[in-house]
Design a protein around this ligand. Structure first.
Ligand code: SAH
Length: 397
């Protein structure tokens, strides 16, 4: 018999509103002995059916909803259909790109599953017990649906730890990439290190924002903080920037950045035109101020400063500090593209933090745009936690 979770009285509200997570505190009783990832039936205290969900015995999110429809059967066909729908949707919104997020977890009705495609290479992250239990089915369906035969796993994210799952990396099907995969993103080329790069190798989510920076870079002196493998830097050079200084604390990332510079035919540029600095951004911004340097376009794309709600206050101070310091380096007429990828920091809070930095810097800034991840990183309206990347495009007047 299917195991089931009975929620405490009054704890069915969020599920009724189609939020897909069931926290431990909401569960009144567990019937049967569901294994990790097993499909359980979830019902309200009064017995009403609420959802089918994947059980996760170690996580504080004890179950994640597959479906709110009692008539559905969660089996291999059902999983394949969800995958097919996710991939099908992408073809309308991000056609012709070499690097695409094909599946984005909760937003695509497959909690905890991330699938990125770099040309013909698929890279998968199983970040919750439910999708982990269906891993073989998922891999076979992905191969069938995409025609890609090489599938690599990068389930090394901290999210897995919270699910009580060990970190897993390696070939799931076909071959491991023998060399970095070269992708073209709106005319800029990047070598992606699927084996050892961050996330699945590349920050696909910033595609549109890199294009936006390219469109505004002409003739400008650019500072790109937290540059990783040079995403925004090369977009800016492609867009005609007069010079780009890029900073990151990771040596291996900068090595890739330099080879990406070559890849795009910028190998001959002087250090004035294209410079990579291995440094802590907090220190580098101080040094640049001391040297009286000025820029016409600055990008701040830091790592997740707030990994959870507990870290919000400290993270807010860090966001404020780098933005304040960057604003002091920005010429009148200059542009600031500033981001946060902390899910725990909402759009409004982020805007407040930046407004505080603007005030303290004593400059006047107009907001031209709110920025977010690309269309292949959607957010489910009933699951606002899925919105993580946010940014502002500001103009110094
Ligand atoms: N903008 C990039 C992605 C940035 S990811 C792109 O478009 O591809 C964040 C980067 O910040 C990582 O490369 C990481 O190495 C770097 N980083 C983290 N902490 C840092 C610090 N204190 N100083 C400099 N770089 C840092």
């Amino acid at each position: 018999m299917t195991a089931s979770l009975q929620l405490r009285s009054g704890k069915d509200r969020s599920l009724t509103r189609r939020h897909p997570w069931i926290y431990t505190g909401a569960i009144g009783a567990i019937r049967g002995q569901p294994k990790s990832g097993e499909t359980v039936r979830v019902h309200a205290a009064d017995g009403r059916f609420l959802a089918w969900a994947a059980f996760s015995p170690e996580s504080s999110i004890r179950a994640r909803v597959w479906s709110f429809d009692e008539a559905q059967t969660i089996d291999a066909d059902w999983i394949a259909q969800r995958l097919s729908q996710a991939i099908g949707r992408r073809s309308r919104f991000v056609a012709g790109q070499d690097a695409v997020r094909l599946v984005f977890g909760e937003a695509d009705g497959l909690p905890g599953l991330v699938v990125d495609r770099y040309r013909n290479q698929l890279v998968v992250q199983f970040l919750a017990a439910g999708v982990d239990a269906w891993r073989e089915v998922i891999v076979q369906a992905l191969i069938r649906l995409t025609g890609c035969t090489d599938v690599y796993e990068r389930s090394d994210a901290s999210a897995r730890q919270r699910e009580g799952l060990e970190s897993r990396e390696g070939v799931l099907a076909g071959q491991a990439p023998q060399a970095p995969i070269e992708i073209d993103e709106n005319g800029v080329r990047f070598a992606v290190d699927v084996l050892a790069g961050h996330k699945t190798g590349f920050y696909i989510d910033q595609r549109d924002n890199r294009a936006l920076v390219a469109a505004h870079a002409d003739g400008r002196r650019v500072l790109n903080c937290f540059c990783y493998t040079g995403g925004f830097s090369l977009a800016a050079l492609k867009g005609g920037a007069s010079g780009v200084l890029s900073i990151d604390s990771s040596g291996p990332a900068l090595q890739f950045a330099r080879s990406n510079q070559q890849l795009n035919g910028f190998g001959q540029l002087s250090a004035e035109q294209c410079d990579w600095s291995e440094d802590n951004v907090f220190d580098a911004l101080k040094r640049l101020a001391a040297e009286d340097r000025r820029f016409d376009l600055i990008v701040l794309d830091p790592p997740k400063f707030a990994p959870s709600a507990h870290h919000v206050e400290r993270a807010a101070r860090a966001y404020k500090e780098i933005n304040l310091k960057a604003l002091r380096l920005l010429e009148p007429g200059g542009l600031l593209f500033t981001f946060s990828c902390s899910g725990a920091i909402g759009v409004e809070l982020f805007q407040k933090i930046i407004a505080g930095a603007v005030f303290d810097a004593g400059v006047e800034m107009q907001m031209l745009r709110r920025l977010q991840a690309g269309d292949d990183h959607p957010m489910l309206m009933t699951h606002p936690e899925g919105e993580y990347l946010k940014g502002l495009m500001l103009l110094r007047v």
